[in-house]
Design a binder for this molecule. Structure first.
Ligand code: HEM
Length: 184
């Protein structure tokens, strides 16, 4: 295992799943962001989607579409190139983290988008989703989350109430292992 935190077989699992997603990366990326905003509306306010001033809704907002492409290209860069080269993996991860430096994005938020993304993958891939994917996926997302600041203990992250009724994560994988990951 190298500093990606993944074994070779976990990398293959993620690489194979990503191969199915990358063909329509823009559509899948937008779907995941829309699902994130549907489930956790408080995140909408984090973004500036005004580059498409004529959009009637988030669904047809090309600025959101553009953002989704950037986010998913970044995840793809980690998987497609970073897995083969841990130093490159580290550099890509540093850049992702830096993009969020002045924004209130914390490790818990990365796990939240991860949860939405993994659920989406289950639906999009259906029977093509391998049994080993969830564990490998969570390892990757915990590694990403570990590079983000810890969620403040103050009520900041809990306020807003949009997702107050969501059940707390229940799977063992979803438990916060972010502190195990190296910090930058
Ligand atoms: C694996 C998880 C994530 C990845 C790979 C990622 C990646 C990126 C990238 C590459 C950019 C730069 C886009 C550009 O150059 O225009 C960006 C911007 C941003 N990200 Fe993330 N992101 C992730 C998770 C999140 C989460 C969970 C949030 C909070 C809800 C978030 C909030 C933002 C915001 C607010 C911006 C700036 C958008 C703007 O300029 O309007 N990101 N992200």
């Amino acid at each position: 295992m190298d500093q990606t935190g993944l074994t070779s077989s976990e990398k293959i699992t993620l690489f194979s799943a990503w191969g199915l997603i990358r063909k329509d990366l823009d559509v899948h990326g937008r779907n995941v962001l829309l699902l994130l905003f549907h489930k956790h509306p408080r995140y909408i306010a984090y973004f500036d989607f005004t580059d498409d001033p004529n959009a009637q809704s988030l669904v047809d907002n090309k600025s959101l579409y553009d953002q989704a492409i950037h986010v998913f290209k970044a995840v793809g860069a980690l998987i497609e190139y970073g897995f083969k080269d841990p130093v490159l993996f580290d550099a890509t991860l540093r850049k992702i983290t830096r993009r969020h430096k002045d924004r209130p994005v914390f490790s818990e938020d990365i796990l939240t988008i991860g949860e939405v993304f993994l659920n989406y993958l289950g639906q999009a891939l259906g029977r093509q989703m391998s049994d080993s994917l969830p564990d490998a996926f969570w390892k990757l997302f915990h590694t990403i989350a570990g590079r983000f600041p810890a969620t403040p203990k103050t009520p900041i992250a809990a306020e807003g109430g949009d997702d107050a009724n969501d059940p707390l994560p229940t799977t063992s994988q979803r438990q916060d292992r972010a502190s195990d990951a190296p910090s930058n």
